[in-house]
Design a protein around this ligand. Sequence first.
Ligand code: CMC
Length: 389
Amino acid sequence: TGAVTYDPGFMNTANTKSAITYIDGNEGILRYRGYPIEQLAENSNFLEVSYLLIYGELPTPEQLAEFDATTRRHTLLHEDLKDFFSGFPRDAHPMPVLSSAVSALSTFYQDSLDPFDEEQVERSTWRLLAKLPTIAAYAYKKSIGQPMLYPDNNLDLAENFLRGCFGVPAEHYEVDPDVAKALDTLLILHADHEQNCSTSTVRLVGSAQANLFASVSAGINALFGPAHGGANEAVLKMLKEIQAEGISPEDFMNKVKNKEAGIRLMGFGHRVYKNYDPRARIVKGLADDLLVKLGGDDELFDIAQRLETVALEDDYFVERKLYPNVDFYTGLIYKAMGFPEKMFTVLFALGRLPGWIAQWREMMSDRTTKIGRPRQIYTGEALRDYPVK
Ligand code: CMC
């Protein structure tokens, strides 16, 4: 099989060809299907971006209306699936609840598990897009002991999710259009990021011809890690610790630079971006606007901005080309919207879903795809005789 190349962490190994997302990490460029992220964030919406990622082109108004109606029709969960939520401990983190429920979809929709049947893949695509926000809202309601709300299909995805999280059956929930718009924009920013850890996981699992639900469930588990999607939760914890300990951002940065106890500046650095993450720039703008309107935590925002200012001028960060990534300011916005820290990575998962689906479908539709099977450099004992007693 020839020589094996050693490339831990896949620093230089492309595992696939893909026509979905383009990143130029040195220039700080991100495009979905050729469209700049800045233009999509400004003028599109999450549903349209989902369509673009999955089907490759922007939809016509008719196609978008049909896609919208189809996904809205699938928001309900099977009543038996609801029982799952009562089985988890009350203080369960919603990420494993999310991945478990998505994995369980394979048991409820046995009519759509063939990864090579286009109609079945379509059905599981709609079901996932429509049901993941419902699952996420149920996971949240379960954690705070409130009744779960059936979705209201008069609302769009972001609105429905906000109502599902913050509404109660006894009262009418009035969606704040600015909050819904900001959430929709954040979902767009997270929608795809080529071969990141969770997407590579989705592809690797799918390369074994596992169904879409199983593959996405694995991706959710990968995203849970603090070096990946879990970073948005970790950023807020870090900011709160700095606040609680009363240390200055400058002193905290000294700890980071001295690598004290392996402390990292969470929300900074990226494998591909060696420049300002273009998503972070947009998020920062959103934070500026929304935190004023919603009355966000000024002190934490201030700490974050001071950390950024120090980092952008400090040799340690400059030499290593460490800039804010998408997660640096998102947590402050989610907090201002009323989400607890545990929900932050769930919001990332809702956004990343169309990307996972698009990447899985791209791989499945290429019949030359091989099962993912990395090689290794063996470092163990050569040969030993088992001692016969
Ligand atoms: N704070 C302090 N030092 C850092 C940081 C950081 N956030 N990130 C990287 N470094 C240092 C690291 O110590 C190393 O220094 P040295 O050469 O002296 O050993 C150098 O920079 C290169 O880092 P690396 O870990 O080899 O780089 P990587 O490409 O393997 O890691 C990363 C990328 C995102 C995991 C890392 O930057 C990190 O841990 N950041 C904090 C967590 C975070 O914000 N993650 C979210 C990523 S963006 C959203 C997503 O895709 O999920």
